[in-house]
Design a protein around this ligand. Structure first.
Ligand SMILES: Cc1ncc(COP(=O)(O)O)c(C=O)c1O
Length: 391
């Protein structure tokens, strides 16, 4: 007898883990229309507001007029267009890497890159809080996995000291942790990778565009770009577009192009998306990019300070991602619903996205938020938090 789908859905509901989507009409701006009502968006990764920027939209319009709507095939068949090459050159120059390879999404990048680098007989060292797409990539690879406690490079050092006999070793970490907003200890990880002749891969989905010189990312901020073999980043967050890249050496690019199944067996990104990404890479390095980052940092500081002053426990740091840990899924969802009634849209994040018992509201700040709107939102959050006993 087949396991009942109805029963499985009931089980998800009973655990307080049922998910559904919310419909946004219009653009992904700092304020959005949700079910016909304007709410302040505090859960988007559109950190610099580029998803709503005319330069990206105009580049896409020009691209669709000139190149049409689809790439028509995998890059290795007939799908490499001028725009793919232009974007890869732009990324390599942005990241100061020898080469770059474009992937269809961050998830496709991680599930393509990791199994291309390691397999049976190899070993992967992965931070316990790494993004799910990294976990999926490792599972697909078949390599031996050691998960180290979050950001615990001392523990990792001990584990690596005891391992031997593997063909290839890979350390993989988020640059900025997506659900916690803290940064990886890249200086220490680079030292470890050098000591043990391992590869180091950094998923900088949340650092790209927002930190480092010209928005080059977390490795640039910590001045360790030379020590990171694979800098993966996404175009769908601060860069306001869609897709992902691996900034790598020319040799590594060749290996990924030959071995990454998500690259080989999937139709490549279409012209509209590539053109928007190209415009975004240019924009983040411009003086306007610097101004947007400054506003993002100022807004983030104001919001973090406001949350802390009201007594919420928010991790230290300076990134634009601020989780307020509520513990159980049920409280988290009530918190999120009550915020929405006060026109503040911030999603509750539950297991399996975060470890069980650490459900949270994940607030994310945008450069395009207005200070008055953030202050009003903080008031609402304070009231709801004390009503629900979170603070
Ligand atoms: C750290 C991290 N890596 C990878 C991804 C996946 O990227 P994408 O949304 O482009 O598939 C995300 C976001 O969802 C992420 O937060």
């Amino acid at each position: 007898m087949n396991r009942s789908i109805h029963d499985e859905l009931e089980e998800i509901r009973n655990q307080g883990l049922f998910r559904s989507t919310r419909l946004i009409s219009g653009r992904q701006s700092a304020k959005v229309m949700l079910s016909g009502r304007e709410v302040l968006l505090l859960c988007s990764n559109n950190y610099l507001g580029l998803a709503d920027h005319p330069a990206l939209a105009e580049a896409s319009i020009r691209a669709v007029e000139r190149y049409g709507t689809s790439s028509g095939a995998s890059r290795l068949v007939s799908g490499t267009m001028e725009l793919h090459e232009q974007l890869e050159q732009a990324v390599a120059s942005f990241k100061r890497s020898e080469a770059a390879l474009i992937f269809n999404s961050g998830h496709a990048a991680n599930t393509g890159i990791i199994p291309a680098l390691v397999g049976r007989g190899d070993v992967v060292y992965s931070d316990r809080l790494n993004h799910a797409s990294i976990v999926d990539g490792i599972r697909l690879s078949g390599a031996r996995l050691f998960r180290y406690s979050h950001n615990d490079h001392m523990q990792l050092a001990g584990v690596m000291e005891r391992q031997s006999g593997y063909g290839r070793a890979l350390i993989v970490t988020d640059g900025v942790f997506s659900m916690d907003g803290d940064m990886a200890p890249l200086v220490e990880l680079v030292a470890l990778k050098r000591k043990h002749d391992a590869l180091l891969m950094v998923d900088d989905a949340h650092g790209c565009g927002v930190m480092g010189r010209g928005g080059r990312g977390s490795a640039d901020l910590l001045e360790v770009s030379d020590g990171v073999d694979i800098q993966m980043g996404t175009f769908g967050k601060a860069l306001g577009s869609f897709g992902a890249y691996a900034a790598v050496s020319a040799e590594l690019r060749e290996l990924l192009l030959n071995r990454s199944r998500s690259f080989i067996f999937s139709t490549s990104l279409p012209p509209v998306v590539l053109a928007a990404s190209n415009a975004a890479v240019e924009l983040v390095q411009s003086p306007e990019g610097d101004q947007l980052r400054e506003r993002l940092h100022d807004n983030s500081d104001l919001f973090r300070k406001g949350l802390k002053e009201m007594g919420f426990s928010v991790p230290d740091g300076s990134t634009q991602i601020m989780p307020v840990i509520t513990g159980e899924s049920e409280v988290t969802m009530r918190f999120s619903e009550a915020l929405l009634e006060g026109s503040v849209f911030a999603q509750g994040i539950r297991p399996p996205t975060v470890p069980s018992g650490s459900a949270r509201i994940r607030f994310t700040i945008m450069a395009t938020h207005q200070i008055d709107d953030l202050k009003r939102a903080l008031e609402t959050i304070g009231k709801v938090g004390s009503r629900l006993g979170v603070v």
